[in-house]
Design a protein around this ligand. Structure first.
Ligand code: BDR
Ligand code: CA
Length: 306
């Protein structure tokens, strides 16, 4: 069993990833932590509380950083995920509150209490993860793995021509995490751009699992409309679910070990690229994926939610 903290900026594909984690028998979600990205942090916290409540996930939700490490302004992707992060839906009514610990405090405490047992699945900008590494030097050893949805080696960018959204929203944090020596797995656009789901797939999931599949189908319509508006294809990418699936089914991914650098300046700010092996620690970079197996695992498990 994988004990998992999910750091998230919900976000439509974040909702998909959280529901997949709830459905996966290999995963025990132990906490959610929020981060800005698709929306501002306070809204990400509300959405995380809402999704946890909806999925019957009774775990602490800790609020994360409100600004990137450099303090620069943030630009949520309202056109991709909707004004409140959940498509056309208004901000959800939320029961419950975040815990008093910050995201970084919760991550370092839980990892210290169970060294080597907790996987951190990071589905948004890496600000909280960098903050945890700064807060507790032992965090890099205590955490079993940090599986990051973000970056791209050979697949170009999505938020800018050069950079993937989660990395470009806090490149300094990403650089610190990749160079930290912690066991990092990067699930970037190299693989997530090969994992897609169509409107028909979501309809089928909604038919089998009206509650959870129904919510995802509703949210997916907005996400799919965005992809179509870009003239890409009829469907959406399963970015964030791919990172959770890389935890439950690593055998579906091919990885290479590489040192990964992040561009911090100029128009390519946020671009990730492999660097020559120097003193910088290497991470595992996903380069290949059994796309249809990942997709069918996702649809089967969402369809099993009752
Ligand atoms: C990533 O950016 C966000 O828009 C998604 O939720 C995902 O985490 C994809 O680049
Ligand atoms: Ca996300």
């Amino acid at each position: 069993n994988v004990k998992m903290i999910i750091d998230t900026d919900p976000g439509i594909d974040d909702a998909m990833a959280i529901f997949y984690a709830v459905a996966a028998p290999e995963v025990e979600v132990v906490a959610l932590t929020s981060i800005f990205g698709n929306v501002h942090t306070a809204q990400a916290t509300r959405n995380a509380l809402y999704l946890a409540g909806f999925a019957g996930l009774d775990v602490p939700v800790a609020q994360g950083a409100e600004l990137p490490l450099g303090g620069q302004a943030i630009y949520p992707s309202y056109n991709v995920h909707g004004a409140e992060g959940l498509g056309t839906r208004p901000a959800p009514e939320v029961q419950g509150e975040p815990v008093s610990e910050t995201a970084a405090m919760l991550m370092t405490r839980m990892a210290a209490e169970a060294p080597g047992e907790i996987t951190l699945c990071a589905l948004g900008p890496l600000t909280n993860v960098a903050a945890a590494l700064r807060l507790d030097p032992a965090f890099a050893r205590n955490i079993a793995r940090i599986v990051v949805m973000g970056g791209s080696i050979d697949a170009g960018g999505n938020k800018t021509p050069h950079a993937e959204a989660n990395i470009v929203n806090d490149p300094e944090a990403a650089a610190e995490v990749f160079a930290s020596g912690a066991p990092v797995v990067m699930v970037g656009l190299d693989v997530t751009h090969r994992i897609t789901c169509s409107g028909a797939d979501f309809s089928a999931m909604a038919g089998e699992a009206p509650l959870h599949g129904g919510l995802l189908q509703d949210l997916a319509q907005f996400y799919i409309a965005f992809t179509e508006s870009r003239g890409k294809f009829d469907g959406c990418y399963l970015h964030d679910p791919a990172a959770v699936i890389a935890c439950t089914h690593p055998e579906l991914f091919d990885t290479v070990e590489a040192a990964v650098d992040v561009e911090l300046t100029g128009e390519a700010r946020g671009r990730t690229h492999t660097a020559p092996r120097r003193s910088t620690p290497v991470i595992e970079v996903c380069k290949g994926v059994a796309s249809s197996d990942v997709k069918s695992l996702f649809t089967r498990r969402i369809a099993s939610l009752t």
